[in-house]
Write a protein that binds this ligand. Structure first.
Ligand code: FAD
Ligand code: SF4
Length: 475
């Protein structure tokens, strides 16, 4: 009797090499090194090439995942990058910051009995390979349509809409309030998670497509949206100004010295390069003990930045438990490995100051989770309840508040004929982002509230198609 042929063994999910936690906690270099060709090809060989790929259903921009993975498995890395770019214009960024574990990878059939294919890592590999080989090429552009489009804001949504519209032959100008383009990708997400050079490469690519970028240009101050359309000759406008106004805790002591919003803290460090002060113009506090309030990605980024800026102790103070923390599991894991200390089920109730008006303590109360209740979106959630008499104080000289953000009111104040919802976000009439003002579209965080890079990009893609149709209809 002959033995049955053995089933080919599938290799395990390939880990991505990364900097040692003790070393990286003191530098701003990127944490993971990324796959090399060998690891990428091996990981790609795990894909089953499903006929009805579930992974694609989980991708907000419907990347043809099995097709690009097959190209990597065959060694055609440039082809893989181009396949992804058919629907995702920023793969090097998405491969680094997208929550793949909740989107494509959670749907991967291999995840049912083991580890899903590392789709995000493969996406990053293909995009990096193309860029590092100098093989990023602008596609042939159609004849110019003569139509002008203004894009307000250069985050992932604005960058996406600009690229798509330029590829359709329109004349696109991005207006950006800051002195650098990229939105949260440059001022929020730190260098050790998303190197700025990668974002800059994407902006340079848009310029190759003919997109113009006006920096230090705050719409609502230098001119209004109405003026863009009526005086400056733009035929349409896309508003992607994000949700960058920080929320605060509303507790006593929040005005003390040493208390920052995460937005200010991260902007100082990332965009203004405060960690290179005095070589850069902007200083940042030197902390000994820093507490970050919140449990999302912004809180993890702030805590890991505080460590790199030299703090001895960095605490994450979060009123719910670890399971409820909205940050990506990978970010919590990285923060923990680097030495961030977590105080779950703890809620700050007062910030204490010294005689000089600087924060010196954070008074917290211990919380417990109540019975599950339905929230306004119909989800069952357990709400934290304070435990009487459980107050405690943490010694701190820095507090960073990372509990969410709101829309900036400048556009709503200067565009009276456009509809906004009760929270100040732009009200859109359909998924393509049409607003109540003719010729004006909007998308990304300024419509949805704080969301993700990929959802902001998805909105930009859909709006580009709608704006193109609007312009072709004779705007
Ligand atoms: P933004 O990226 O906010 O860009 C808006 C741009 O508009 C900014 O550059 C702003 O300066 C400009 N602007 C504002 N007003 C004006 C004006 N009046 N005139 C001209 N320009 C203006 N998402 C993920 O998917 N994964 C992550 O890991 C992740 N981590 C994050 C970490 C941090 C610290 C933060 C803050 C967010 C994170 N997010 C993450 C969320 C994600 O970055 C956002 O959802 C996304 O950037 C929204 O894109 P956007 O284009 O709508 O706006
Ligand atoms: Fe490959 Fe998983 Fe997608 Fe199937 S679901 S095609 S195995 S990545």
């Amino acid at each position: 009797m002959t033995d049955k042929p053995k089933k080919k063994e599938r290799p395990p999910r390939q880990a991505m090499p990364e900097q040692d936690p003790k070393v990286r906690a003191k530098n701003f270099d990127e944490v993971p090194y990324g796959y090399d060709e060998k690891l990428a090809t091996l990981e790609a060989s795990r894909c089953l090439q499903c006929k009805k790929p579930k992974c694609v259903e989980g991708c907000p921009v419907e990347v043809d995942i099995p097709a690009f993975i097959r190209l990597i498995a065959e060694g055609d890395y440039i082809g893989a990058a181009r396949k992804i770019k058919e629907t995702n214009s920023l793969p090097a960024i998405c491969g680094r910051v997208c929550p793949q574990e909740e989107q494509c990878e959670i749907q991967c059939v291999l995840g049912k009995k083991g580890d899903p294919v590392a789709i995000g890592r493969l996406e990053r590999f293909a995009a990096d390979y193309e860029r590092n080989q100098g093989k990023v090429e602008a596609p042939p552009l159609p004849a110019q349509t003569g139509k002008k489009v203004a894009v307000v804001g250069s985050g992932p949504s604005g960058l996406t809409v600009a690229g798509e519209l330029a590829k359709m032959g329109h004349d696109v100008t991005i207006f950006e309030a800051f002195h650098k383009a990229g939105g949260v990708l440059v001022y929020g997400i730190p260098e050790f998670r998303l190197p700025k050079a990668i974002v800059q490469a994407e902006v340079d690519y848009l310029k190759q497509l003919g997109v113009k970028v006006e920096l230090n240009a705050i719409i609502g101050r230098i001119m209004t949206i109405e003026e863009l359309l009526s005086d400056e000759g733009y035929d349409a406008c896309y508003v992607a100004t994000g949700a960058g106004t920080p929320k605060f805790l509303g507790i006593p002591g929040e005005n003390l010295g040493g208390v920052y919003s995460a937005n200010e803290y991260l902007t100082r460090s990332n965009l203004m390069k405060a960690y290179r002060f005095p070589e850069s113009d902007t200083p940042i506090i030197k902390s000994k003990n820093a507490a970050v309030v919140g449990g999302g990605n912004v809180a993890m980024d702030s805590a890991r930045t505080a460590l790199r800026l030299g703090a001895d102790n960095v605490y994450i103070v979060y009123r719910r438990s670890r399971e409820e923390a909205p940050a990506r599991a990978e970010e919590v894991h990285h923060a923990e490995e680097e030495g961030v200390q977590f105080k779950f089920l703890s809620n700050p109730i007062e910030l204490l100051g010294d005689d000089a008006g600087r924060v010196c303590g954070m008074k917290c109360i211990q919380m417990e989770l109540g019975e599950p209740q339905e929230d306004s979106k119909g989800r069952m959630r357990r709400y934290p309840i304070p435990i009487d008499g459980s107050d405690f104080v943490i010694d701190v000289d820095t507090v960073i508040v990372a509990v969410g953000s709101n829309a900036n009111p400048l556009i709503s104040q200067t565009t009276p004929d456009m509809e906004f919802n009760q929270w100040g976000y732009i009200a859109t009439q359909d998924d393509a982002g049409a607003t109540s003002k003719n010729g004006v579209y909007a998308g990304g965080d300024i419509v949805t509230g704080e969301a993700t890079v990929i959802s902001a990009m998805g909105a930009g893609r859909q709006a580009a198609m709608a704006i193109d149709a609007y312009l072709k209809a004779g705007a």
